[in-house]
Design a protein around this ligand. Structure first.
Ligand SMILES: C[S@@+](CC[C@H](N)C(=O)[O-])C[C@H]1O[C@@H](n2cnc3c(N)ncnc32)[C@H](O)[C@@H]1O
Length: 241
């Protein structure tokens, strides 16, 4: 029997607005949150307004307007803090453009920073008059710096990670999929078999699929129907580790 978490069941994903759904998760139940929230950047591809649902295509990405990003960020980070166990950790991805809002939100919500990781990837977008951006920030934060999971896998684990984005040639995909190797690394270092992992902004479902593969439990939310369906199929096709 899967664990019941208020109205949710572990090892399932739900379609809806993370800001609302997170409020229904009971307090102190999640071991690790790994998430790559919307960044408030201007996606050219069929961008939809915040809170509107996707229509027909995988480009139906939901964004948050820049001037609402700080409030949006604090709202979900406050819930993230509440639902995490006392020994829980959070890894949140951020582009450079709204990093200040993420850092402020983490402080205000009560998190303690353990590492500020740089993820270096290939395929930066070509530029004429500035440097090509080819990294993301990953903030690794905890509730209690004296009690959190850290399975040291390497002798000298550095905080700059060079991990390539995946080619999904000819396959249907969402525009911002994280590489599975990157998510695997986080899960192996910061969780154990049987732990419960939350991703409130699932996209293509990488965090949930990798959790299943590594024998962790998962819970996740996604607002766009096409992405939700894509993630659900992908998780179903993933073998339980
Ligand atoms: C950067 S993507 C996540 C990508 C994901 N890590 C992957 O590997 O595919 C962010 C996702 O959050 C979703 N999203 C945006 N606002 C949301 C909200 N309020 N509630 C739930 N999902 C939301 C977007 O539709 C998008 O799929």
């Amino acid at each position: 029997m899967s664990q019941q978490l208020g109205p949710f069941t572990a090892d399932r994903i739900y379609r809806g607005d993370a800001l609302e759904l997170m409020r229904s998760i009971p307090s102190d139940v999640i071991d690790l949150i790994v998430t790559d929230p919307p960044f408030a950047i201007n996606f050219k591809a069929k961008r939809l307004n915040y809170n509107r649902e996707g229509s027909n295509v995988m480009e139906g990405y939901v964004e948050v307007p820049a001037d609402e990003y700080a409030a949006f960020t604090y709202t979900w980070l406050k819930e993230a803090y509440r639902v995490l166990k006392k020994s829980g950790s959070l890894y949140v991805f951020s582009g450079w453009n709204r990093l200040q809002d993420i850092l402020d939100g983490l402080d205000k919500a009560g998190f303690q920073t353990i590492n500020h990781i740089i993820w270096k990837y290939q395929f930066g977008v070509f530029t004429q008059r500035k440097f090509v951006t080819s990294h993301y920030h990953i903030l690794f934060v905890v509730k209690n710096p004296r009690a959190y999971t850290f399975n040291k896998m390497e002798h000298y684990p550095e905080d700059v990670w060079v991990i390539n984005r995946e080619y999904w040639k000819g396959k249907r995909k969402t525009p911002t999929k994280l590489p599975s190797d990157l998510v695997k690394k986080i899960l192996l270092y910061s969780s154990n078999q049987g732990d419960l992992i939350l991703d409130p902004y699932l996209g293509s479902g990488t965090v949930a699929a990798v959790s299943k593969e590594l024998g962790r439990h998962f819970l996740g939310f996604e607002i766009v129907e096409e992405y939700y369906n894509f993630a659900a199929d992908r998780i179903m096709a993933t073998e339980q580790g």
